[in-house]
Design a binder for this molecule. Sequence first.
Ligand code: G3D
Ligand code: MG
Length: 203
Amino acid sequence: MAKTYDYLFKLLLIGDSGVGKTSILFRFSEDAFNISFISTIGIDFKIRTIDLDGKKVKLQIWDTAGQERFRTITTAYYRGSMGIMLVYDVTNEKSFENIKNWIRNIEENASADVEKMILGNKCDLEAKRQVSKERGEQLAVEYQIKFIETSAKDSLNVESAFYTLARDIKAKMEKKQKVMNPSLRYQFFKCRLFVRFLVKVEE
Ligand code: G3D
Ligand code: MG
């Protein structure tokens, strides 16, 4: 069967329980927010294929089954992941403080060059806010990770977050391919030699 995509990226959603990871995933993959939907039962992933600068990028997005509650997310979950959304809840101070622990967990288990992004979710709940946008931004600067506030409920910035993460992974990958493709470099070298040879002959 013909391949229907140019790239396949495995992405993960990480963060404390209740911050809205599953809601974000549902919002992005089906564009539906159901207040009373059933909580996740097993490790699950959803797929959405997006178009990035003319390329079809298939996103396989993994969600936890609540293991985050017991901090038992294992290396197996992280394996092969290329991008991670670190999610906290702007109405929950603790979930924000825990982002540092999640980053440590990622450093211990995921590949070193995994792309990351911090999401401050539930920004529709302004009256209940405990974490200012500025603090989110500061944390992101400290870790040199991109940051955006989202609302899975109001469908705010969810699309843009996934597109940004996917675009960063694609750019990193293409840069690596350029640097590391020795056969391409060899072809280029041969071409240059040939051009030099032609110039000499002309003289
Ligand atoms: P989790 O997967 O990180 O554990 P969930 O979190 O997606 O299960 O969401 C936990 C609760 O937060 C759910 O409420 C969900 O509806 C709510 N929620 C998620 N995202 C948002 C958001 O952006 N805004 C608001 N206002 N609520 C959100 P319940 O009541 O079902 O537990
Ligand atoms: Mg969940």
